[in-house]
Ligand binder design. Sequence first.
Ligand SMILES: [Zn+2]
Length: 88
Amino acid sequence: MHEHGHCQAYLKQISDYVDGELSSEVCASLESHLKECENCRIVVNTLRKTIDLYHDTAENDDLPDKVRSRLFARLNLEDPKQGGIHGS
Ligand SMILES: [Zn+2]
């Protein structure tokens, strides 16, 4: 079994790692840990997917269906049909 404290030290580096901001030394030690630790690999994968999704959304201005329908649902909730302010 893995020591959790060990992983937490790596977890702090993972967001920098995904951003590509980790020095190559630290990067190498993190990657060797990732080979042995599925937990941390999952964290990296999840972070990467989240960031990819974020970049896709920002660049294409085309929201994934789930996000879009969520957004619309929220807008409907917050925007009553009456339309609010009418300037004259
Ligand atoms: Zn780990």
